[in-house]
Every structure is written in C-alpha cells, then in structure tokens.
Write a protein that binds this ligand. Sequence first.
Ligand code: SPV
Ligand code: MG
Length: 433
Amino acid sequence: MKTIYVGMSADIVHHGHINLINKASQYGDVIIGLLSDDAINSYKRTPIINYDNREKVVKEMKHVKKVIKQDTLDYTKNLMLIKPDYVMHADDWKEGPQRQTREKVIETLKKWNGQLVEIPYTNGVSTTAIINKIINTDVVRKSYINKSKLLRELLFSDKLEFIMEAHNGMSAKIVEKTGFKAIWGSGLCLSASLGVRDSNEASWSQVLDQLEYMANAVDIPILVDGDTGFGNFNNARIFCRKLEERGIGGVCFEDKLFPKQNSFVEVEGGQKLANIDEFAGKIRACVEHRVNPYFVIVARLESFIAGKGLDDAYKRAIAYHKAGADVILVHSKISDCSDIEKFMKKWDNRCPIVIVPTTYGTTPTNHFRNIGVNNIIWANHNLRTSITAMEKLCKEIYETETVSNVQNNIAAVKDIFNYTKTPQLKIDEKKYS
Ligand code: SPV
Ligand code: MG
C-alpha cells in the first residue's frame, strides 16, 4: 500500500480538513503530520487547542492511519523519516510565506521519486477565517485582538524590531506619532510618573487605569511590564484577563518575588528569584487562561540580574518556553553586552528573544542584529528625557520669574489640542448638539 503525508494544524477542524483527508485516502494510507504548538505559534498564533487534544481528534478521523508530530513548518525531517509516496497540500502555498516550504518538499520528494499532489484550496474555510468571522462580529473585540496580532507579528518578525517606552496617554501618542510599532508599558516609568517606587507600590488596578488611557490613546499595541504578576499564578492570570479586556497587546512577567524591586536596585544578598517550577506554573496558568489567542505572554529572565549566570538563565528559558511563553526577555544590568552574547550563543532559536539595553546602550544596534536578537526595548528614555526637560524649565522660570525665555522653545498649547484631538470635539458638537 502506498502512503500519503498530509501536514496540518487541525486547530479547529472543518470540512476543508475532511475534503483533504478524503482525497488523500484515494492515494494510499494517510499519515497526518500534525504541527506542534510551537510550529503553529511560529507563523500564526497560539493554537486554540493544544497538541495533545488536537492529536486525539485527528487520530479518530476516518481514513487517518497514523499521526506524527511535525515540529517545524519545514517538512523535511518527517519526510526523510517516512519517505511517503505522496505529499498532499492545498494549492494556496505556491505564493506567500509557505512558498519555500513547498519548494523544499518538492526537492525532498525527488530523492525517492515521491510526488506532491496539490488540490484546489477550499475558499473561505480555514481556522483563521472561522476565528475572524467570530471576532468581526464584535468591533471592540476585533480592535483589541488586532492589537495583540500586531504585537505578535512584531515580536516574531524576522528582522530586528524596536519597542519604545511610554508611561501615560500623551507619551504613548508621541511614541506612535514618531513611527514606533509598539509601546513598552514600563513598570519603572508608570510608577515614577505616579511619583512612587518601582516596588509594586502602585497596585495592579492603578497600573491598569494608566494602561487603559494609554491603550485608548493609540492604535499601536502595548507590551505591559507585568512585574512578577502581583502575586501567585492566580493573581497573574487575573491581571492578564484584565489586560486583555482593556485591549493591551501582551504582558511580560519576570521571575522574581512579589513585591518586586527594580532590577537596577542593589539588594543586600542579591535579588531573589522565583522557584523555576512555580514561575513556569504562573506562565502556564496565564497561557491556559487567555481568551484572545493572539495575546502575547513574555517570560523575563532575571538570572543575570541576580548573579546566577548563563546556565541558570538557559535552564529557566527552556522551562518557561515549555510552559507556553511566546517570547523570552533576557535582562542584564552590566555595562557591556556579554551576558546577552553568551545567552544568544547558547540559545537555539526556540522562540524570539527580547533585550533591554539600558546599561549597555552604547553597544551598536547592528551587533544585536548580528547575534540574532529579535527585539529591543528602549525601556525608560521618554520618562528620563521628560525629567531633564522639566527640571531645566522649572529652574529657568523659578530663577527668572518669567516664561518669556522659554515659551518659544516648548510645545505650544495648540500642540496639546492636536494630540488630544480637541478640534474634533467642535465638529462633533455641531453634529450632536
Ligand atoms: C521597566 O522598564 O520597568 C523594566 C526594565 O522592568 S528595567 O527597569 O530596566 O528593569
Ligand atoms: Mg519593570
């Protein structure tokens, strides 16, 4: 009996899958290459249904002889293992991101005279189309989900991307106007803008209120610095849900203890890290509790901050990624980028890596590009520049007892009106009153 290999995600099973499997069964025994959760995550979104449960469903389907896990989008490893007579795929992969995968399949099959069979793509049926149909019926929800989608695309981009700090609605607007594609909702800067320490002095609901203003002010997504999640797995997952409800793109949790201390604060005996399993459980709870499949969950390693070194950082990165973290943030507080270099050398590209070059900001950005870093967060520079500007201005006005020397060097009142879309209110007044 001949064999035919069909790669699929089967996240939400629909008649498109059934058509494909029925057609495949006419060629021989059907072997399904079921994409792993990581493989799906790498090109679409976190699957709605996890691998084990998707496997259960597909195994029960008529004509399916065998299911094997396909760990990557690339078919080569599994094809070499099985050497099927045929591979079947819908013909929608001739162009776009899957084009190279298709070419590799053809090349590999040539080794044993295998054949690629392509059938017309069934228009309008895909898991993504089903999800979009559900989402599109709710305008608010759609815009929230789109923000997470944008953030996910940015973090998973194949070129180095940048995320800029903001700490209130106005700074968020400025970040967006400049051209940045995402905002870092910095815990340090949100706290400082409220005049309190970065030690969880602002409660999670106070942080949430600030974030809501920021999210409403812009169309670009926000990656929130969720500190340690404000408690245990339960507090963290509740916080995540609240963020989702307010249209935040994603959250980053760090593996320290609550109440946290800023990573640059010297702590006697060193910063204390969370137990690996406990933190992995926290990530898993947030992943499993998430309702927006695009909402991004980043796990942040504080091993270098706590002086624990590379092995600890690597071990934790693997555990957190296994627990479902989409992305890993590697933090460091030394004045050169050697922690990051060491980590990148060992990291086998399981998921994107984010860094925060505050103390090693003189390293040329191209170097990070060359060592494979995916995203850079400029974490606190807007708040810092505003402090410098305000200190200078206050001193000048205080000493000269006049604003005449400064008024032409600062934003005009009209600029404030423009940023806050005040002219639009005049138009609306005509329309509604
Ligand atoms: C923040 O911006 O709050 C961060 C980054 O967590 S850092 O302050 O550099 O630790
Ligand atoms: Mg922080």
